[in-house]
Every structure is written in C-alpha cells, then in structure tokens.
Ligand binder design. Structure first.
Ligand code: SF4
Ligand code: SF4
Length: 190
C-alpha cells in the first residue's frame, strides 16, 4: 500500500488548493480532519464520501475522484458543515463549486440529480426560496415518475407540512440580481 506524507502534501498544497484559495477565498489546507462537518451533515448516510473526505481528496489533489462522487449531488446546501467547522472551511461552498464543475464536464452521476438541481435553482430564482410542493411535483413530472411520492405527499399535506401555493420573499428582484451577478462570475448553472 502506498504511503502518503500528509504534512508534505499539505505544505506543498496541490493545484486544486491554490485554485480554491485564489478564486473563491476558500482555504482547504486549514482542514485538520476533525470530522465535525461530517458528523453534522444530515445526508451523510447516503454519501459515498463524507464531507471531510471530499476535503481530504482535494487536499491530496484527487479532484477527479471528488468530481465523480455522488456526495456533491446529494449535498442539500444546508450549511451545517461550514457553520460547525472550527477551522472556518467553507465546505458548503466547495460542494457547489465541485457540482458546477462536474456539470460542466458532464460528470453527472445520475440524470435525476441534474433535473433536481435545475428545478431547485429555478424555484429559488423565481420565488426567492424553495417551494417544497412545487419541487416534488416538478421533479417527479420531469423525471417521468409522476406518482412516486403520492403516498408520502398526502399525509404531509393533511398535516399542513406541504403547501399548494408558494410563499414569496418580499423583494424577489434582489434575488434575481444575485443570480445575475453569480452567473456573470461563472457561479450559477444555466
Ligand atoms: S469540520 Fe472543518 S476542520 Fe473538521 S473535518 Fe470538516 S472541514 Fe475539516
Ligand atoms: S451543506 Fe451539504 S455537506 Fe454540508 S452539512 Fe449540509 S448537506 Fe452536508
């Protein structure tokens, strides 16, 4: 088995670390693998690499493996990881950067991931926040499985957890401006 000198690898931070630092101000070399991010991640049970492992892959210059992981598509952008990180590593930001690059390179582990991602962003752009009911209906319709969540949706609706009409944020124009700016800087997929 090949031995890796982690201290040396981190000291001579590979290209990917430099890119993240220079373009996005994210310093992944600060991560000391405490695992707090992964412990708090609500979807880690379904990931192939824990959030801390994604950071480790990048620290070691193994970006290709990170780009091809299921993890980056499963991330729900809840920001728990970044909030918990004692070293202030923006893991949530890393996930989005990787997802956009994976998409640009055509590394989409499942076509449904791409559909979900697109609908999610469109809803946020148009409404200012995600409308869960609309997300479920649109996703199931576009992924050709219209009745997939009927059994779950009805009880949620009856308990008032799912709303038919979306709630709108007050100034949606501001949200659109954020999207416009992010896109002009290459940060939001079409
Ligand atoms: S919480 Fe921060 S320091 Fe700890 S493993 Fe995650 S990224 Fe690294
Ligand atoms: S932002 Fe993504 S990786 Fe971080 S805790 Fe939430 S789901 Fe997990």
């Amino acid at each position: 088995m090949e031995r890796v000198n982690l201290s040396r690898e981190l000291l001579h931070a590979p290209e990917v670390s430099r890119e993240l630092k220079e373009h996005y101000g994210i310093d992944i070399t600060r991560c000391y693998q405490c695992g707090k991010c992964s412990a708090g991640c609500p979807v880690s049970f379904a990931m192939d690499y824990m959030p801390r492992q994604i950071i480790r892959l990048l620290q070691l210059g193994m970006k290709e493996q990170a780009l091809r992981s299921k993890t980056i598509w499963l991330c729900a952008f809840c920001d728990t990881c970044s909030t918990r990180c004692p070293r202030e590593v923006d893991i949530h930001g890393v996930m989005e950067i990787l997802r956009l690059e994976a998409k640009a390179r055509g590394y989409i582990t499942h076509k449904h991931n791409n559909i979900f991602h697109g609908i999610f962003l469109q809803l946020v752009k148009r409404l200012g926040r995600v409308h869960e009911g609309g997300l479920i209906v649109l996703f199931n319709f576009l992924s050709l499985q219209p009745f997939k969540d009927v059994l779950y949706g009805l009880p949620l609706f009856l308990k008032g957890k799912l709303h038919i009409l979306p709630e709108l944020v007050r100034d949606r124009g501001e949200v659109k401006k954020i999207f416009k700016r992010a896109r002009s800087e290459g940060g939001v997929s079409k």
